[in-house]
Design a protein around this ligand. Structure first.
Ligand SMILES: Nc1ncnc2c1ncn2[C@@H]1O[C@H](COP(=O)(O)OP(=O)(O)O)[C@@H](O)[C@H]1O
Ligand SMILES: [Mg+2]
Length: 333
């Protein structure tokens, strides 16, 4: 494929701003290595889009600053949740990754689990709690949550990078944990704690997505920890073991579930699907439509270990974005 002008969006309004900038820098370098002509557009914490320091103006229907493809390397709210994808649709420009609906769905932990539950996808038991519900009838809500046993994980419904998540071991910790999660989102999910290994699997493709080798997240902190913000981003906080040290049939189950989950959620381009594996039980935890994307992030490393180098992954994603755009425009509406 000839080199394309690719606008790489980085930064954004969410708490994952810095993480996104690091991912975007790697994507820029990788696209250039693959023979494309990438340029950076940085989205400030204030939401303003800038290219080389100058504010960008857009006109619906007129694309984005001459880009042939846009790569929104944005994590979390206002980037990975369908909002930016909606803007890109209005601009009439091809873009990498999931469209509006799949982005929004996968960002919403409750809706995602509800939908996967209907399809019989194995996952932990969970309850959704609205702030006003808890205020109106705390005894009823807390009694429902007690049925999940212990520990539970209390999470803002629409966030990432473990921000706002609390693991609750004792009943007395539940109310403060809920208060913490409600600082980020009026909707909170409380999940039964899963045991076992954390396994992650990358997926790439549109109609016929392909799964990477699954990898195993090994935390290097004190025993009994979980994959919190610190473990995710502190140097040496975790080690990725590829392939995951699970029996071959379980590895294949993970890969098959990663692909079927990707399809069920209506994803395109890429995703990283995360699992809990205990013995022969495989539970889907979540699907990230724009996972961390530095050269050393799990997404790329899993494909690297599966024989697809970083620059080739990026090249394929550009191709898939163009393919989806052309297909979408073949339909009458
Ligand atoms: N139900 C659960 N059981 C056990 N560990 C959990 C559970 N939910 C979350 N965790 C831990 O918290 C981490 C972050 O949770 P996750 O739902 O993946 O949120 P995020 O979208 O912020 O990555 C997981 O990687 C895992 O270590
Ligand atoms: Mg996660």
């Amino acid at each position: 494929m000839t080199g394309r002008r690719v606008a790489v969006l980085g930064g954004g309004r969410s708490s994952e701003h810095e993480v996104s900038l690091a991912s975007a820098a790697s994507v820029l370098a990788g696209l250039a290595a693959a023979g494309h002509r990438p340029f950076a557009i940085e989205i400030g914490r204030d939401g303003v889009w800038r290219r080389d320091g100058a504010e960008i103006t857009v006109t619906p229907g007129r694309g984005l600053d001459g880009a042939e493809v846009v790569f929104p390397v944005l994590h979390g709210p206002f980037g990975e949740d369908g909002t930016v994808q909606g803007l890109l649709e209005c601009l009439e420009v091809p873009y990498v990754g999931a469209g509006v609906l799949a982005s929004a769905l996968c960002m919403d932990k409750v809706l995602f689990k509800d939908l996967m539950g209907q399809a019989g996808v194995p996952q932990v038991a969970y309850r959704a709690v609205r702030e006003e519900q808890l205020r109106a009838d705390p005894d009823f809500v807390l009694a429902g949550l007690a049925e999940l046993g212990r520990p539970v994980f209390v999470k803002p419904c629409r966030l990432g990078s473990s921000v706002g998540i609390v693991r609750v071991l004792e009943p007395g910790e539940l109310r403060p944990a809920l208060a913490t999660a409600f600082e980020h989102d009026p909707l909170v999910i409380v999940e039964a704690g899963a045991t076992g290994l954390e396994i992650e699997c990358s997926v790439i493709g549109n109609h016929d997505p392909v799964a990477s080798q699954p990898g195993e997240i090994v935390l290097t902190g004190p025993a009994g920890g979980w994959y919190d913000y610190e473990a995710k981003y502190a140097a040496g906080g975790m080690e990725l073991v590829v392939p995951a040290r699970i029996p071959e049939p379980i590895r294949e189950r993970v890969r098959a579930l990663a692909v079927s989950t990707f399809k069920r959620a209506g994803c395109s381009g890429l995703a990283r699907v995360d699992f809990f594996v205990e013995g022969d039980e495989v539970l889907v935890n979540e699907l990230n439509t724009m996972p961390g994307f530095t050269r050393t992030s799990v997404f790329g490393k899993l494909f690297e270990a599966s024989g697809l180098p970083y620059a080739e992954v990026l090249d394929l994603l550009v191709h898939l974005a163009l393919e989806r755009f052309e297909e979408d425009h073949r339909h009458a509406y």
